[in-house]
Design a protein around this ligand. Sequence first.
Ligand code: AKG
Ligand code: FE2
Length: 245
Amino acid sequence: MSEPAPGIFTFEIFQPHFCELLLSEVENFEKWVNTTKFQVIRPSILNKFGVVLDDFGLQTMLDKLMKGFICPLSKALFAEIGGSTLDFHHGFVVEYGTDKDTDLGFHVDDSEVTLNVCLGKQFSGGELYFRGMRCDKHINTKSHPKESFDYFHTPGRAVLHHGRHRHGARATTSGHRVNLILWCRREMVKFKKDCSSWCAECFEEKRKKLLPLDWDETEEVPSRKEKEPAAPPTTGDKWKWGVRK
Ligand SMILES: O=C(O)CCC(=O)C(=O)O
Ligand SMILES: [Fe+2]
């Protein structure tokens, strides 16, 4: 697994044969939809193509994928949003090509954590672009240059990211791209509302209200320093936070 940009994790997940099986299952379903003229619900308001996998028998498999694989990973990688407590998923495929949707607008997902796996087939373009994590309040704030990251899809490889990591997909300029998307959510367990450990704007607001203390374990009263930490504090950091008087 690698983390090419903060909070974006990529790794090999499906073997080519499994991708082929899943693609042919999707094709069969689409053929049936076309012949029966059945009205299907598209995965989200952003997609005119693609199908919800939970609607044709893959719900149990995707639930196992979330509980057995994504939850343990998210417990370690997304602890700040309660990654181990994911209990609901929305699983679908998105499809792009010159005769289908070509790109996907800038958005955040309706998820705590999103798994995005490229299933194939052959295509060019279609990069995912990321522009930093934001909570609802700061969703439209500008991004900082260091938050920009472009990811190039490869069949069989997954991207795992925070649902509030703002992103979009550039145009698929040739061929046919199909990706499996698993929006993993927490519906039952309430979780803390403080977003400052992942929303850059909440972090900045909090930072302005707080002054760092250089905490020396041997001193009874910590002394103040003017130096500022470069990133949000995490457990074990030597920087602790004190309220500005
Ligand atoms: O096309 C992609 O790879 C991204 C799809 C996506 O972000 C979504 O469906 O929420
Ligand atoms: Fe998305």
